[in-house]
Design a protein around this ligand. Structure first.
Ligand code: HPA
Length: 270
């Protein structure tokens, strides 16, 4: 596994303007943060050895490298989802490559449904912990000790210091944020109302179809993580209406600036 990671990392090193310090994974409709990078360099995933290309709406499918708030960042504008039929190994491959390139922190964003009844559409939630309901774990199969340990601790997967930093930056910016537990669902169908009631009982505050595999892989290779959900809709059955992917993207568009300001503020203080 490490050889494949190094092959992709070597290819990227030749094309990157500088060694990246921070990795960013931008969720559905949230790719606009990459437009804030200074001196951007674009590298489509299709050109990188070992990379697989996303088919999900709102995902550009490329790295954008450049400076943000004085730091060298490497943005994933578009990520892979399990519901697209990709293997867990392919989904987490870019995280491992970014680690090999030397990033010191990984910041992930996603669009999610609100499960906590106190949440509202447009809220930001700093993820404290997750429940893996995807039915898969990216670490199954042979383990490469050069990448990480066979049994990977998840107690501090969502790095406490980064969560505290994000809360501080949000307070400074006057942005109200929630904290909570993200439940990863396989999709691509949205959940049923009964599943959402069950997930609430289990302790979930938000539900989405990404992030969990990447965070497990980041923990495995020792990468500090900050993950933030944008609540694009209340989860199934909470409001008496159907859910739509178009609405998710529309709300993500509307609240993208606030989320981007928060991420930029955090990057500035890393
Ligand atoms: N469920 C799952 N994934 C999602 C949702 C949802 O309600 N909203 C945005 N992504």
């Amino acid at each position: 596994m490490i050889e494949k990671i190094r092959l992709a990392a070597d290819y990227l090193r030749d094309r990157l303007p500088a060694a990246p310090q921070v990795g960013l994974v931008l969720g559905s409709g949230l790719g606009g943060l990459a437009d804030r990078l200074e001196n951007p360099v674009y590298i489509p995933y299709s050109e990188i050895p070992g990379f697989v290309v996303s088919t999900a709406p709102g995902h550009a499918g490329r790295f954008v490298a450049g400076q943000l708030a004085g730091r060298q960042v490497l943005c994933m504008q578009g990520r892979l989802h399990f519901y697209e039929g990709h293997s867990m190994e392919d989904i987490v491959f870019p995280v491992r490559v970014m680690k090999e390139l030397g990033i010191e922190a990984l910041i992930l964003t996603n669009a999610a449904g609100g499960v906590n009844l106190e949440f509202s559409v447009g809220d930001l939630m700093i993820i404290e912990d997750h429940i893996n309901f995807m039915g898969r774990n990216p670490l199954t199969g042979p383990n490469d000790e050069e990448v990480g340990p066979r049994f990977c601790d998840m107690t501090f997967a969502y790095t406490p210091a980064l969560r505290e930093l994000a809360l501080r930056v949000a307070a400074e910016q006057g942005v109200a944020v929630r904290t909570g537990v993200y439940l990863g669902y396989m999709g691509p169908s949205y959940e049923t109302p009964a599943e959402i009631r069950a997930f609430r009982t289990l302790g979930a505050d938000a539900v989405g179809m990404s992030t969990v595999p990447e965070v497990i892989a980041a923990s495995h290779c020792g990468l500090p993580v900050l993950a933030i959900s944008l609540i694009t809709n209340m989860a199934a059955g909470i409001e008496k209406k159907k859910l739509s992917g178009d609405e998710v993207i529309a709300i993500a568009d509307r609240r993208a600036q606030v989320l981007q300001d928060l991420v930029q503020g955090v990057v500035a203080k890393l």
